[in-house]
Structure formats: structure tokens, C-alpha cells
Write a new protein. Structure first.
Length: 377
């Protein structure tokens, strides 16, 4: 009987030791299963939730397709996305949770401010990330582990100025931007610099996070403009469009990729033509794009926007880069995976996606051709 008790005691001690070792194995960016974990964060609740949900759905569609086709070299991919509410502090917490869940590679964060917080932690762990939509130059600047699918803010600002002045021949140009938002100010600064370079003057009105519900004053001040450039997000752009309708201002409303989804923010009272820069045209007849649109509609019962397309591409970029790097071990560490995938992307890999054909510079920025679409009402 004593010997039996002694055996039981030894077994219990071993069980406790094993449990302790297992508990200490978290936050390594390394799994113990047969899947590679792809992580990401975005605003799944709150004012900017449309962006985060689109990114989540686009990424999940890609993951599902890859897994249904046999995975990556036989390895299944698992996608985990956390709600960061478009807040840096929430993002930092979400990042830690993702690492605890075994994140080995990532699509980063959806919005610029959040992605800057995500990138600051990712560089410490040497975790590879390729953000679908965080467009500020600072997100990937000086970080060999950071990449983008979307255009950068400066690129859009320069393109907007050149398009309005050289292509559209606009003479009386107005602009409304958000002084409290990194995305908006980044595009605006590049736009202003290019307009100065072109020798063309324009009228600027501003708003901030505390004053973004009523744009009647800004619109009234720009009532004689031929175009109002709006380097902002779709929610505020929709309010500006409705203010134009109320004031009888017929200016072209021209924006950047933040205006994607503006169609859902306007009603029949808005007669202004609305155009914006985007890498994705949902109406395209391109076979790859039309197939993606059909699959997305079948899964989510709605058409995809640019953010969904960017996220879909981001996952496929990761998948193709891992294939080229010949990743065959699901338990590869985040840091080792980062070095291999980053080397492939900066080594000249070309990717043809729903948002265009792209390659990457050494700084992680994509080379791709934009599209300018007109909003259908």
C-alpha cells in the first residue's frame, strides 16, 4: 500500500512539472500543432469598424481558399484577428494576445495609428507583417520586418495633385482635411507639396476629431470651387457630400482610398460626382478580380470593398512568399519565418492580385498602378 501511494505521488509530481513547462511556453510566436498562425488587428467595433470587418472577411476568405486547396506545402493556415477599436493602446494588448495564441506571421493592423503601435512591438520580436491598409510611411519606415499592400499616403497626395491639375485641368481647387488624423495629414502634406511644386494655389479648410459632424461652414467657404479634395475617411466624406447637397454646391468630390464605402453614406440628394484613388475596382472584368468578387459575395452576401481586397491580397502574398521560401515546418519560429519571407519579397517576387500587380522595394513599400473610380449612385 505504501509503495502504491509512493507511485501515485511520483506520477502527480510529474504531471505538475509537465503542466508548468506547458504554461511557460506562451508568447513565443511558435505553435506546437500543424498550423501556421496568421494574426492581425483592426477595428471590429466602433466608428471605423467597416474597415476592420472588411479586412477580416477578405483575409478569412483567402485563408479558407488556401486551406481548401491543401494548405501551404500541406500545412493549414489559421487566421486570428483581434478588435483594436482603432486605438493604439488596444492594439498593444491585442498584439500580446495574438503572440500568446501562437502568431507566427501577420497582416498587421488595419488603420495607421494602430499599425504604428503594432509595428513597434513586431520589430522587437522580428515578426513579419504586411498591412493591407495602414498607409503612413512611418508604419514600415526603418523596419525590415514591415511591408504594405496599399499605397502610401505621400503617393496618393502627389497623384491627387497631378490628376486634378494636369489631367482634369481644375482651376478652382478646395480641400478639406482632418488635422487630428495621421492618414489625412500625411496625404494632405504630400498634396500641398506637389501643388506648391506645380505652382497652383488652392483653398484649405480643416476639422479635427472633436468637430467632425457638421461641415456646413467648410462647404460654404468652398462653394465656388470646381473640386473639393477630401483626403479623409468615408464617414466624414459622406457628411461633406450631404452638406454640398444642402448648400447647392456642385463641386466634384475627389478623394483617396479612405473614401471606399462612401456609397453607403450618401442618399439621392447628393448629385455631386464623387471620384477616388483606389487599387481596386469592384466592377472590373479582370478574371482574377471578378472571381474574387463572386466568391466574396457568395460567402458574405455583399460586394467587397478595397479593404477586403487588400487583405485578401495580403494573405496570398504571405502564402506565395512562404511557398517560395519553401517553408515546410509548421513550428517555425516567428523570427525565422520573418527573415525567410522578407528576403523573398525584397528579392524581386512579383505578385498579381486583386489590387494590381506588385513588387516591393527594400523599404517594404509596394510598386503598383492605381485606379481612379467614380462612385455609382
Amino acid at each position: 500500500m505504501k509503495n502504491f501511494k509512493k507511485v501515485i505521488g511520483v506520477l502527480l509530481t510529474l504531471a505538475i512539472v509537465v503542466t508548468c513547462f506547458a504554461a511557460c511556453g506562451g508568447n513565443t510566436g511558435k505553435t506546437t500543432g500543424d498550423k501556421i498562425v496568421v494574426g492581425g488587428t483592426g477595428p471590429l467595433t466602433g466608428d471605423a469598424s467597416q474597415y476592420g470587418i472588411s479586412v477580416q472577411q477578405g483575409a478569412q476568405l483567402a485563408i479558407d481558399e488556401i486551406n481548401a486547396a491543401g494548405g501551404m506545402n500541406g500545412i493549414q493556415l489559421e487566421f486570428i484577428m483581434k478588435d483594436d477599436k482603432a486605438l493604439a493602446a488596444e492594439t498593444a494588448t491585442a498584439y500580446d494576445q495574438l503572440m500568446d495564441a501562437g502568431m507566427q506571421i501577420s497582416i498587421g493592423s488595419t488603420t495607421t495609428g494602430s499599425c504604428e503601435a503594432f509595428a513597434a512591438k513586431a520589430v522587437e520580436d522580428n515578426l513579419f507583417f504586411i498591412t493591407p491598409s495602414a498607409s503612413a510611411a512611418s508604419v514600415i519606415e526603418g523596419r525590415k520586418n514591415g511591408f504594405r499592400v496599399c499605397f502610401g499616403d505621400p503617393d496618393q497626395g502627389v497623384l491627387a495633385a497631378d490628376t486634378l491639375v494636369n489631367d482634369y485641368k481644375m482651376k478652382n481647387i478646395g480641400c478639406i482635411y482632418d488635422t487630428s488624423d495621421t492618414y489625412s495629414t500625411g496625404v494632405y502634406d504630400a498634396f500641398k507639396a506637389e501643388m506648391d511644386k506645380l505652382g497652383v494655389s488652392f483653398t484649405t479648410k480643416t476639422f479635427d476629431a472633436e468637430n467632425k459632424k457638421d461641415f456646413s461652414t467648410q462647404v460654404e467657404a468652398l462653394k465656388d470651387c470646381d473640386v473639393i479634395f477630401t483626403p479623409i475617411y468615408y464617414t466624414e466624406a459622406g457628411l461633406i457630400a450631404r452638406a454640398c447637397a444642402a448648400k447647392g454646391v456642385n463641386a466634384l468630390i475627389f478623394g483617396c482610398d479612405g473614401l471606399d464605402s462612401i456609397a453607403g453614406q450618401i442618399d439621392s440628394s447628393v448629385t455631386n460626382e464623387i471620384k477616388y484613388i483606389t487599387p481596386f475596382d469592384v466592377e472590373s472584368t479582370n478574371e482574377k478580380i471578378s472571381k474574387f468578387v463572386a466568391s466574396y459575395k457568395a460567402k458574405y452576401n455583399k460586394a467587397p470593398d478595397q479593404f477586403a481586397a487588400d487583405a485578401y491580397d495580403a494573405v496570398y502574398v504571405i502564402y506565395n512568399a512562404m511557398l517560395k521560401a519553401n517553408i515546410t515546418d509548421a513550428n517555425i519560429s516567428a523570427s525565422e519565418l520573418c527573415d525567410k519571407v522578407a528576403a523573398v519579397l525584397t528579392g524581386g517576387m512579383e505578385f498579381e492580385g486583386t489590387t494590381g500587380t506588385m513588387t516591393w522595394n527594400a523599404d517594404g513599400a509596394p510598386n503598383k498602378v492605381p485606379t481612379i473610380v467614380t462612385v455609382k449612385k
